[in-house]
Design a protein around this ligand. Structure first.
Ligand SMILES: Cc1cc2nc3c(=O)[nH]c(=O)nc-3n(C[C@H](O)[C@H](O)[C@H](O)COP(=O)(O)OP(=O)(O)OC[C@H]3O[C@@H](n4cnc5c(N)ncnc54)[C@H](O)[C@@H]3O)c2cc1C
Length: 469
């Protein structure tokens, strides 16, 4: 008899899990609350421009390629990726600018000119991180890294590195403070203090200078679209506009799901691509009280505030411009996709995005109106408008709206990966609380990049297949 699986959600993790399971002959039905697939990685159209809702850069092309290959797909055949040459710059509050190019020498030369001696130290740091990444990256595609995976590539020699925070790794590199701030900018994006962020975030410069940073010419939304199409072709049944209210379980085993239309869909297994914490606290009645208490303690990440713009004027590189304000607030970011894909310009107008990461607790203290005021203040700042003659705000999203529109648990993207959480272990793909329940997506991986979520779906599906055989 064909086994039936219900998947909750069509984010990156839900899609890769669905496709993998259908390819293995299972009967897969995906229930999605929204009208389309892709979750946070989906795109939307406004005034003739296509915007990615959330993601704007691919920093882990090999990880995404691994996920595609696991599904018998070749990423480069399906998605036109453009390598970003002039990647990002960070203006610090002290007036310093740090600039990152794909070209490592050029990046180091810029630092050297500003802070003599720092160029060489930067290159030493990049070389060390490149080596650490090579040793550790195979662990990203293993569901439960154990002794065997740690011995592979001698990854165990990097355990001390993994136990440190990003702050401590960067301190040892002995780089000028503006360079440290610029490398650590990705932790600000997650609303995390540098001393709580996990050490692998130090890999980003090494990735930019080796495999490269990429932007798909038609936007990141093409990635989930491609996966959804392949899943449909493989026989996955998609049910849009339906929300799963609860996971039905008896005697510690999953039996199916109940939807907001009072339908009970029976299944031999359920893969939840909804936030892992939300899955256990809201959907599964069987989650033990102790586990609930622990889950409630996990730090959450806000999607922040975002303005989707049409701009007219000089579209100049770099692709990403970060601004570190003087008042100690988190950074702001201007994204101009036309730097990488000039064909996005229409009649002199180009799409752009202004992004303001927010600390989860700060965002949650604000009402919807106050969150919008925060974004209005950002829009009123002058730094990002300098090279534009005209700006139109086509759409905005603040944390409460992200939460309502993308089905986010407590308006959060996921449990943010801190160095402490990483040491304690991430949420497992195979649920310890109900047999036949699996988690896929950003909750189960050390990071929230689309590549990690895609990998997570494959690993959840593999655990499920192993249990069924
Ligand atoms: C502003 C922003 C910027 C980002 N920038 C980047 C970037 O530059 N690079 C990068 O790699 N990543 C980036 N990310 C992160 C990345 O987009 C996400 O981590 C990733 O897309 C999440 O995938 P997921 O599999 O966890 O599922 P999600 O995208 O969370 O999707 C879950 C799906 O489940 C559905 N769902 C939820 N509950 C239910 C229910 N009860 N019933 C039915 N359906 C349900 C939702 O509607 C949704 O479609 C960014 C995210 C944001 C918000």
């Amino acid at each position: 008899m064909t086994r039936r699986v219900v998947i909750i959600g069509t984010g990156m993790g839900g899609l890769t899990a669905a496709l993998r399971l259908a390819q293995q002959g299972l009967n897969v039905r995906v229930i999605e609350a929204r009208k389309e697939a892709g979750g946070l990685a989906s795109a939307f159209e406004k005034d003739g421009f296509v915007f990615d809702a959330g993601p704007y850069i691919l920093l882990d092309r090999p990880g995404l390629e691994w996920a595609f290959r696991s599904l018998g797909l070749e990423l480069s055949d399906r998605v036109t990726l453009r390598r970003i040459e002039d990647v990002y710059e960070v203006f610090s509050s002290e007036g310093a600018t740090v600039h990152f190019y794909a070209d490592e020498e050029r990046t180091a030369a810029g630092m050297e000119a500003e802070w003599p001696g720092s160029g060489q130290r930067y290159q030493r740091f990049v070389a060390e991180m490149r080596e650490a990444h090579q040793q550790l990256s195979p662990l990203l595609t293993v569901s439960h890294p154990g002794p065997a995976s740690l011995f592979h590539n001698r990854a165990f020699t990097r355990i001390p590195f993994l136990l440190r925070s990003l702050g401590s790794v960067l301190k040892r590199a002995n780089l000028p403070q503006p360079v440290v701030d610029a490398i650590a900018i990705w932790t600000q994006i997650a609303g995390q203090p540098i001393d709580e962020a996990p050490s692998p975030l130090a890999f980003v410069p090494a990735l930019i200078h080796s495999v490269g940073a990429f932007y798909p010419v038609e936007g990141i939304g093409t990635i989930p679209r491609t996966l959804a199409r392949a899943a449909e072709e493989a026989g996955v049944e998609f049910q849009y506009g339906t929300t799963v209210r609860s996971i039905v379980a008896h005697d510690g085993r999953v039996r199916g799901v109940e939807t907001n239309q009072d339908e009970i869909i029976s299944a031999d297994a359920v893969v939840s691509n909804y936030n892992g914490i939300g899955t256990y606290l809201e959907m599964l009645a069987d989650t033990p009280a102790r586990a609930r208490e622990k889950l409630k303690m996990l730090p959450l990440q806000s999607p922040g505030a975002c303005a989707y713009l049409a701009v007219r004027g000089e579209i100049e590189p770099p692709y990403l411009r970060f601004q570190l304000p003087q008042n100690g607030e988190l950074c702001r970011l201007l994204v101009t996709p036309a730097v990488v894909a000039p064909e996005l310009e229409r009649n002199g107008w180009a799409p752009a995005r202004l992004i303001s990461p927010m600390k989860y607790e700060s965002a949650e203290r604000l009402s919807l109106a106050q969150q919008r005021e925060h974004l209005d203040r950002l829009l009123a700042e002058s730094w990002w408008r300098k090279s534009f003659n005209e700006v139109r705000v086509l759409h905005t999203r603040v944390p409460s709206e992200w939460g309502a529109q993308y089905g986010l648990y407590q308006n959060s993207m996921n449990p943010v990966m801190t160095s402490r959480f990483m040491r304690a272990g991430r949420l497992a793909h195979r649920s310890p609380h109900a047999r036949g329940l699996y988690l896929a997506g950003s909750s189960t991986h050390p990071g929230q990049w689309v590549s990690f979520c895609a990998i997570s779906g494959i690993l959840a599906a593999n655990d499920l297949l192993e249990d069924m055989n």
